[in-house]
Design a protein around this ligand. Structure first.
Ligand SMILES: C[S@@+](CC[C@H](N)C(=O)[O-])C[C@H]1O[C@@H](n2cnc3c(N)ncnc32)[C@H](O)[C@@H]1O
Length: 276
């Protein structure tokens, strides 16, 4: 498995969080293959992916959604899976047409790492944009890597969520989560034709499983809490939700930017030396 190495420029605590989570990351969703398929189908549909497209999943994690998208689209080139975490990328199976590239979004945007199959026709970044410090500059750099007609999709949680988390976690979430409308504005400023839509599906899962996910800090937000705070939070969730199954809406913002096709100049360019 060949990694393209970059100066991944990801803060230490974020990096450590994902290195720790990598081995068990897929377990959080393995019980719910319908969700993976549903999300992959929404991504492929929004990006209008064609098999001949050069594709990248930026902040791909273990590549669990890239694998589903590859199954749906059957791309002719390997799907480029970009993530700064080596532990996450180690979970990828290159035989499934996925190509691991160790880099951050910033590495790509600033061209510290070059993608083997570029410029991009279709790229997405799911639940990773909140880790990018300078969102305007990085999204502008990514937009520059699109081919004419290329699409960039940012999939992110909305400004508020209805997860059955403890109240302090929800409060911190709302303080920290970037607003999808601001992300849309960054894509517009980068010269892309931009739209903001939402997709939603109902998540139903065993309460104990959800509590185990909270204990495993399945959201990076939860890594801001100490073990004692997590245990107190779990007790709060148990008090509020004594039911054996939790069911709640999982809503995602889809911020889509499209680079215009090149417009052929209406006046033919002059050939040097051909004038009178
Ligand atoms: C919540 S996980 C999402 C993984 C996958 N996209 C998914 O939806 O399951 C966030 C991922 O973003 C990666 N990440 C963190 N900082 C990043 C950055 N600056 N650029 C790109 N990816 C980053 C992490 O290593 C992690 O794999």
């Amino acid at each position: 498995m060949g990694f393209e190495m970059g100066d991944t420029s990801v803060p230490g605590e974020v990096h450590r969080h994902y290195e720790r989570l990598a081995d068990t990351y897929d377990d959080n969703w393995a019980y719910n293959p319908d969700y993976l398929w549903w999300m992959a189908a929404r991504i492929a549909e929004a990006l209008e992916i064609e098999p001949s497209d050069r594709i990248a999943d930026i902040g791909c994690g273990t590549g669990l959604f890239a694998r589903e998208v590859a199954n749906l689209v059957n791309p002719q080139l390997p799907l480029q899976c970009v993530d700064p975490s080596a532990a996450m990328l180690k979970q990828l199976d290159p035989s499934e047409g996925l190509w691991p590239i160790q880099a951050s979004a910033e590495d790509l945007a600033q061209r510290r790492v070059q993608l083997p199959h570029a410029p991009l026709d279709a790229a997405w970044m799911k639940e990773a944009v909140h880790h990018v410090a300078d969102k305007g500059a990085t999204l502008a750099g990514l937009a520059e890597q699109l081919a004419p007609g290329g699409r960039l999709l940012i999939v992110m949680l909305p400004a508020t969520i209805e997860y059955p988390l403890f109240s302090e976690a929800l409060k911190r979430y709302e303080a920290l989560q970037p607003n999808p409308a601001d992300i849309a504005q960054h894509l517009t400023s980068a010269g892309l034709r931009t739209s903001l839509t939402y997709v939603e599906h109902q998540l139903t899962l065993n309460t104990e499983r959800y509590l185990a996910m909270v204990r495993a800090r399945y959201m990076s937000l939860l890594s801001l809490f100490s073990d004692a705070e997590i245990e107190a939070g779990i007790e709060e969730i148990r008090r509020r939700h004594p039911e054996p199954e939790l069911s709640f809406p999982d809503r995602f913002a889809f911020v889509l930017g499209r680079r215009e096709e090149s417009v052929s100049p209406s006046v033919p360019s002059e050939v040097p030396g051909s004038g009178p």
